[in-house]
Write a protein that binds this ligand. Structure first.
Ligand SMILES: Cc1cc2nc3c(=O)[nH]c(=O)nc-3n(C[C@H](O)[C@H](O)[C@H](O)COP(=O)(O)OP(=O)(O)OC[C@H]3O[C@@H](n4cnc5c(N)ncnc54)[C@H](O)[C@@H]3O)c2cc1C
Length: 244
């Protein structure tokens, strides 16, 4: 874990859904930016009274990019949101990291249940090459469940649908809480991601569950999973909360 501070310079950005902006950075000092898929970086942003510390999962597909890519949800009135949505190419931010233990481990054969809401999908996108290697080994399966409100919020959906086509041991399910896609698509379910997770009959003897994003979703899912026998060793969580 590195606490060294460095500057990241924005290379490019784009809106990837109506409420999510992807920001692609490089280190200003020219050093490579590397990370273990699933980790996050912390940005140290200027604010009137004190520095804001805000963490963002690294969204770049590991091995396919040397940029530090993040996906930021627009939060109404959010202080970091305001700064990050206004940031222009060539401008820089201070950062530390990467940090975090929300990563794939050398688990015994079984099924990964990867659950996310919104930008909580980012760590799983970073993990795609690692997941491919695990699944091709023949001893693992994975189901990814992404919770969004409506079809236009399906962040990085094409990456996961394409991955599912190429990898028979991988399944992608999107839970739409407000509006289903029209015409209906095979991956689409109406409702909340934690309901669809429990419909997969999670089994503490076989499954490892990763949960990332909205803290309320994670608490609700963990309560349901503990009720069927899951314990901390087969539950991995990354809650998206503001630090200060
Ligand atoms: C390990 C980690 C990884 C994270 N990764 C990501 C990521 O990849 N992408 C991402 O967008 N965010 C991520 N977050 C959340 C991020 O760090 C900020 O909390 C978020 O961007 C809001 O910061 P802000 O300063 O704009 O809002 P603030 O000024 O902190 O909050 C403004 C108001 O909005 C509320 N609020 C804060 N966040 C949300 C939210 N998500 N939805 C609705 N209301 C909210 C607050 O309670 C407050 O009332 C992560 C957090 C952690 C701890």
């Amino acid at each position: 874990m590195s606490h060294e501070r460095f500057h990241l310079v924005l290379q490019s950005s784009r809106m990837v859904t109506p409420r999510v902006r992807q920001l692609n950075f490089r280190r200003e000092d020219g050093k490579p930016f590397d990370y273990v898929p699933g980790q996050f970086i912390t940005l140290h942003l200027p604010s009137q009274d004190k520095e804001l510390r805000r963490s963002y999962s690294i969204a770049g597909i590991h091995g396919e990019t040397t940029e530090a890519q993040i996906a930021v949800t627009y939060v109404e009135g959010g202080r970091a949101t305001k700064l990050l949505f206004a940031l222009q190419p060539g401008e820089r931010v201070e950062a530390t990291g990467p940090f975090g233990k929300f990563v794939l481990r050398d688990d015994p054969p079984g099924r990964f249940l990867l659950v996310a809401t919104g930008t909580g999908i980012a760590p799983y996108r970073a993990m795609l090459p690692q997941l491919r290697a695990r699944l091709q080994g023949g001893q693992h399966q994975a189901v990814l469940l992404l919770g969004v409100r409506a079809p236009d919020e399906l962040l990085f959906g094409e990456d996961f649908m394409g991955f599912a086509q190429d990898n028979p041991a991988f399944r992608f399910i999107a839970s739409y809480s407000r509006q289903l896609p029209e015409p209906p698509l095979a991956h689409a379910r109406k409702g909340y991601v934690q309901e669809h997770l429990m419909e997969l009959s999670p089994d503490p003897q076989r499954d490892i569950v990763y949960l990332c994003g909205n803290p309320e979703m994670i608490d609700a899912a963990v309560a349901s999973l503990k009720a069927v026998g899951f314990e901390n060793h087969n539950l991995r969580r990354e809650k998206y909360v503001s630090s200060n």
